[in-house]
Design a protein around this ligand. Sequence first.
Ligand SMILES: NC(=O)c1ccc[n+]([C@@H]2O[C@H](COP(=O)([O-])OP(=O)(O)OC[C@H]3O[C@@H](n4cnc5c(N)ncnc54)[C@H](O)[C@@H]3O)[C@@H](O)[C@H]2O)c1
Length: 283
Amino acid sequence: MKKVVITGVSGRLGPYVVEHFVEMGYDVLGVDITKPKQTLSKFMTVNLMNIGECYGALAGADAVVHLAAIPVAYSHPNEVTFQNNVMTTYNILEAAAGLGIKKAVIASSESSYGIVFTKQNMEPQYVPMDEDHPQRPEDCYGLSKIVAEKTAEMINHRCGMQIVSLRIGNIIATDMYKNFPGFIRESNKRRNILWSYVDARDIAVACRLAIETEGLGYIALNLSADDTSMDIKSSELMKAEFPEVKDIRVPLDNYHTLLSNEKAKKVLNWQPIHSWRDNISNI
Ligand SMILES: NC(=O)c1ccc[n+]([C@@H]2O[C@H](COP(=O)([O-])OP(=O)(O)OC[C@H]3O[C@@H](n4cnc5c(N)ncnc54)[C@H](O)[C@@H]3O)[C@@H](O)[C@H]2O)c1
């Protein structure tokens, strides 16, 4: 049985990833600075800002899935968010490299493209936004994710560790579907996340596939559902909120996602299966 360390297990996404790896037969050690509400696996309290603690947590592991972070801009002073997200990723990957671990996944974000936390009305250059779209954040969170990605690339260059950086869209835990009726018909809500979402259970599967797939080297992959989180057609959303964006690269049939997930589907043989449209009634 393979041993995997998962960081950030006390947050929104962590429990779903732990549960899935356990179900798939992995020996899981969850780590976080705070204790999880439920016991889904072995757990260790670790401050990932301390590289010694990272070595201690990773000893004997075959792979690491690094989810821990401050997950938004402006919830903390800028330098706190930047330092936490950059140094936790550096420490966990440096320790993994030192211990000879061969596979890692890190949680990056759609925020790295810059539109999510823009205060200057930045627009996408084209949609669906794929992994080649420029990353031009104004905020410390988006930048922290870019530095984390560059750190992963550096570690891959140094020792060949396979590292998959998942640029995740808005994470939806199962208890969040009840919030959808509050925004699905208002185009100005969720505009800056391009109305993206992805179910935490689908992300968990992508994390496992990113560990199990061979030969990926360093790669960044967007993760989103196939559809938007809205009850307004995607072409209408673009006309209403981003009328200047003319570079629309695929036919936007119905509710087609505007954060491209094509690369993850191809590279990982991943298919998101949970849609909000199946999770709420009477929309
Ligand atoms: N929430 C979203 O919609 C979203 C979207 C895209 C990407 N992401 C990324 O996905 C990952 C998971 O997001 P989430 O929503 O579950 O976040 P969350 O805040 O709910 O959970 C993150 C966990 O990381 C832990 N953590 C933070 N700093 C730590 C440290 N120094 N040492 C140990 N533990 C630490 C926290 O205690 C927390 O339990 C994050 O990397 C986030 O940036 C989130």
